[in-house]
Design a protein around this ligand. Sequence first.
Ligand SMILES: Cc1ncc(C[n+]2csc(CCOP(=O)(O)OP(=O)(O)O)c2C)c(N)n1
Ligand SMILES: [Mg+2]
Length: 231
Amino acid sequence: MPRWARHSTRGPECLKRRGSSVGSGGPARGSVDTGMPTVWAARYIKPTKERRIIGSFNHGSMANALPQAIGAQLLYPNRQVIAMSGDGGFAMLMGGLLTVLQYDLPLKILIFNNSQLDLVKMEMEVAGYPDYQTDLKNPNFAKVAEAVGFLGIRIEDPADVRAGLQKMLAYPGPVVVDVITDPNALALPPHIEFDQAKGYALSMTRLMLTGRTDEVVDIVSSNIRDVGGML
Ligand SMILES: Cc1ncc(C[n+]2csc(CCOP(=O)(O)OP(=O)(O)O)c2C)c(N)n1
Ligand SMILES: [Mg+2]
């Protein structure tokens, strides 16, 4: 079974695009976790005077989105606040759900659930190494949130993204949306250094030489749609 048969939703960029276009239009605050959620936000979310984005941009500490969003919601109780968390970052500070409950905050938490520590995986790959110890075994975060008293929404099909986000925004209380994303989606930087491309090619070669050819095929088929943009 290919490694990502476990995952049925594709590009996290689809989620960011929808996240950027589906909204109340009112003043909003968003926080983004260190990791690929920051990269996707940089590529697809346009901050404005009213739509502010906060993150751990100087220190790069993981798991920042939920506590930052709690702070923003306490500061602006009437504004829409959305934490855009990685699955790794969310799992690290999942106890923050109880803080949201304690203070009756109407916070929305959007999890980019790729079942891995993707940014670190990519760092290994551009350095020429096959990924190692970056896979995560996650629970169903929507069900965990329901047990705490949140509305839990799980999205496994890209066709459900818009309706899921609309449901999240329409709900008056706290919501966790657990979105299964493609673990092979590559967020390409605007400029690719030769050494990065070389390292990546080396990493893929090593994957094939160690019998992980299926993964290389999955990665290519997930990202073939972006090749035009690279040329
Ligand atoms: C406290 C802390 N531990 C480790 C790291 C290194 N690190 C940066 S991003 C990242 C992975 C983040 O995973 P996840 O939240 O699932 O986001 P993804 O990149 O998969 O979208 C790690 C381990 C860090 N920045 N801070
Ligand atoms: Mg992740």
